[in-house]
Design a binder for this molecule. Structure first.
Ligand code: AMP
Length: 461
């Protein structure tokens, strides 16, 4: 599940800061958002479906007192779009309250859930995250919160960056492969944990470091304490965070996202040059790579595709008879820029192929003489099981059609994808530390094996 996490420990305005942090992480999930705060005596929660700015106002934030808080923004596919799946989850267990927020996917969640249910557990949601809390609550009495969490995490497989809040502590943890990002920051008063550094910038927190793969970080009255309880493995950071998902102004996995994304465009121009008049970025995700492509090829960069920034969840799909207008609601072409021109159109990725197909139709209608599509990632041929919302193999266009067939489907003059080798060059020196499974089918952690698990996963992610 694509998600964003933000947490504050030891600041009197914890919930307000968490609200701002989630605002900066809105790109990581637009379906629901929630904040849980603690005043040392109890946990206070507010979560709803919708965007951060729609859910929280001064009145709501006033009802979230205390000096620590965790927050979550959630993205999900349709089918599991329920408030009951909105995070953070809050539970009472034998030692008090506990809240959890999770970014990632547990690949053995189906199996663990069935075992727990057989032993009498009753689940409130259909989220894999809830499995962690059941495991956490079952650990034998007397253990410290951190040890309980470590015991629970020892049983799960897959990806997690997560935040756990109790009345007195905030714990941040990242799975041993470090699939999803998580960073630590410092305010004058207190600490901040965030999926990405862009949220630290917003609240004026200093970036300290990334939380390491396999690290469990306890923030309590005595300051931060790190634990590395799991066997060390080679990291497998998600390369798709660099290609599409993270914000370009963030620093994660040892790089500034913009710089990597721009370099992808430089490399793409070297691999797939085009005889053309101009480079058109596809807003917004294609911008940095288009800058790199234009710089490397010497072609002018033109903003020939314009995005309406106010398209949101509230947009009502028109009736079938006028549905084709829908394409232009998000993006529109500038005819004076495009007409009669040979255009290189740069985008970050093709997943199902439907968006790029509509965009090409729009650019052709605006009078482009030739269209050369350049994609700053390799063909996506395998679904992600670690938290990026890519569909099943049947729906991935590159898993089913050759590049030439995709070019025909898009009705364009040429189509070039960045090579896997080219992608690795853009993170040279660290290329072994990334997961490329969506491009190779080579999964570092076994995907859910059993059919039932797979169904649980597909239905509920
Ligand atoms: P499509 O090929 O129609 O499925 O759409 C691909 C476009 O969606 C790409 O240009 C990306 O900008 C964007 N995209 C890629 N991956 C995702 C994702 N996991 N969730 C939402 N949008 C995505």
């Amino acid at each position: 599940m694509d998600c964003g996490l933000f947490g504050v420990y030891g600041h009197p305005e914890a919930a307000n800061l968490t609200y701002l942090g989630l605002y900066a992480l809105q790109h990581r999930g637009q379906e629901s958002a929630g904040i849980v705060s603690s005043d040392g005596k109890g946990l206070y929660c507010h979560k709803e479906m919708g965007l951060v700015a729609e859910i929280f106002d001064q009145e709501v934030l006033k009802r979230l007192p205390g000096s620590s808080a965790i927050g979550h923004v959630r993205y999900s596919t349709t089918g599991s779009s329920h408030l009951k799946n909105a995070q953070p989850f809050v539970f009472d267990y034998s030692r008090g309250g506990v809240a959890i927020a999770h970014n990632g996917n547990l690949t053995n969640a189906g199996l663990l859930r069935r075992q727990l249910e057989r032993e009498g557990a009753i689940f409130q949601s259909t989220m894999d995250t809830e499995v962690i809390i059941h495991l956490f609550a079952r650990v034998s009495e007397g253990l410290h919160t951190v040890d309980r969490l470590i015991a629970a995490l020892s049983e799960v497989e897959g990806s997690y960056s997560l935040l756990l809040l109790t009345e007195k502590e905030l714990i941040a943890a990242r799975d041993p492969y470090g699939f999803r990002p998580l960073v630590l920051g410092k305010l004058k008063k207190g600490y901040v944990v965030s999926s990405e550094t862009c949220a630290l910038d917003l609240i004026g927190a200093d970036f300290i470091r990334e939380i390491e793969p396999g690290e469990v970080l306890l923030l309590s009255g005595d300051g931060p304490h790190s634990f590395f309880p799991f066997p060390r493995v080679k990291p497998k950071f998600c390369i798709f965070e660099f290609i599409y998902f993270a914000r370009p102004d963030s620093f994660i996995f040892g790089h500034t996202v913009y710089q990597v994304r721009r370099q992808l465009g430089v490399q793409l121009a070297e691999e797939h040059p085009a005889e053309a008049d101009l480079v058109l970025p596809t807003p917004d995700s294609g911008f940095p790579a288009a800058v790199g492509f234009a710089h490397s090829s010497g072609l002018p960069l033109e903003l020939g595709i314009i995005r309406n920034h106010y398209v949101g969840r509230t947009f009502i799909e028109p009736r079938d008879s006028i549905r084709h207008f829908g394409v232009r609601i998000k993006l529109n072409a500038v005819r004076e820029v495009i007409e009669g021109k040979r255009a290189v159109v740069v985008d970050d990725s093709i997943v199902r192929g439907t968006t790029v197909k509509k965009n090409m139709h729009m650019i052709r209608s605006a009078g482009a003489r030739e269209i050369h599509v350049r994609i700053s990632s390799p063909p996506i041929i395998s679904p992600c099981f670690y938290g990026i919302d890519t569909p099943t193999k049947e729906e991935l266009i590159a898993a089913n059609l050759s590049i030439e067939e995709i070019r025909e489907f898009l009705q364009v003059n040429s189509l070039g994808y960045l090579s896997l080798e080219g992608l690795k060059k853009c993170v040279a020196g660290h290329e072994d530390k990334f997961c490329y499974a969506c491009f190779t089918g080579d999964y570092p952690v076994s995907p859910p094996a059993e059919r039932m698990q797979l169904e649980f996963f597909i239905k509920e992610v």
